[in-house]
Ligand binder design. Sequence first.
Ligand code: NAP
Length: 336
Amino acid sequence: MSKIPTTTLGANGPVVGVQGLGCMGMSEFYSDQFGDTGESESRATLERALELGVTLFDTADMYGFGRNEELVGPFVQAHRDEVVLATKFAIERREDDPAYRAVRNDAAYVRQAVDASLRRLGVDHIDLYYMHRRNPEVPLAESVGAMAELVAAGKVRHLGLSEVNGDELREAHAIHPITALQSEWSLFSRDVERSAVPAAAELGVAFVPYSPLGRGFLTGSFSNAGELAASDFRNYQPRFTGDNAAHNAALLAPVHKIAAERGATVGQVALAWVHQRAQVHHLSVVPIPGTRKRTRLEENTAATSLILTDAELATLEPIAAQVAGDRYADMSSISK
Ligand SMILES: NC(=O)c1ccc[n+]([C@@H]2O[C@H](COP(=O)([O-])OP(=O)(O)OC[C@H]3O[C@@H](n4cnc5c(N)ncnc54)[C@H](OP(=O)(O)O)[C@@H]3O)[C@@H](O)[C@H]2O)c1
């Protein structure tokens, strides 16, 4: 299999493969649907990704209470110059109090969080450092100002934001250039097209769609979170449970049809749709589908060569507006 194409991550960012790899599920949130592959398969998936030209690897300090950074760290150390390492701060958690969550954007927290991430990752710099969620009580001048100091100190190369709106992106970008905005964007989740996407296109900020496979739902591999382990995070996401799940699974009929006609998988059609947002909205788009398995990684990277026709894109256009149920049970930390 040849390497995937590359793109520049926004106007001022590094060159990366057009598809990245989300590492979150390697440590938390999703149960293993098909046998317990464990961390050794995750490590093999990281290596295989790089062979296939995937260079943007996405983690966060809160995934698995730091364990995801510890898992990814040795891989990054072994390939430091080839890997574009992205991690995030802002969602404070406590392992001894699983219900506790706070969104911290204050400067003191930013400084403490980056040092903790660098320690867990075992590297001396982070290529792309995201603020994972916005706390509107902390001025962006303080949080992005503190992030800019990390760039000056050489701890961080580029800055990113997650789940902010277009106005917040503009304000942050005026404080320090923002390289990438990471938010949910998929056939099922298109809220970002209202304000974040136009602002990113205008400013030359790359878009990194997270959950481009709708947390696996858009592959057709499950049609109700009740099929997954009780501890699986998707049991807490309104769109994957009860009547919403049945309604939403039925919305995938045109995706199944296109997949059959094109000799592709349902997930590949969903990913191709996300990749093609780059042309539709005139910005660089680097989705980061997550998987712990080499076979699925190969399937996902192959989607970079599937180009949907205008007629196919038109068939998929009405889906998002019909999705029932929010992305999260609690949408309070998501900027409108
Ligand atoms: N900024 C944020 O707030 C935020 C929020 C969520 C996620 N993220 C980032 O975005 C990344 C991707 O999002 P995500 O992992 O939530 O969702 P996703 O990429 O839409 O889907 C991941 C799920 O789909 C399954 N999957 C992947 N490829 C598949 C295939 N070809 N066939 C069938 N199933 C497949 C995975 O299971 P297996 O692992 O078993 O293959 C996993 O359960 C995360 O890893 C994380 O780095 C960021």
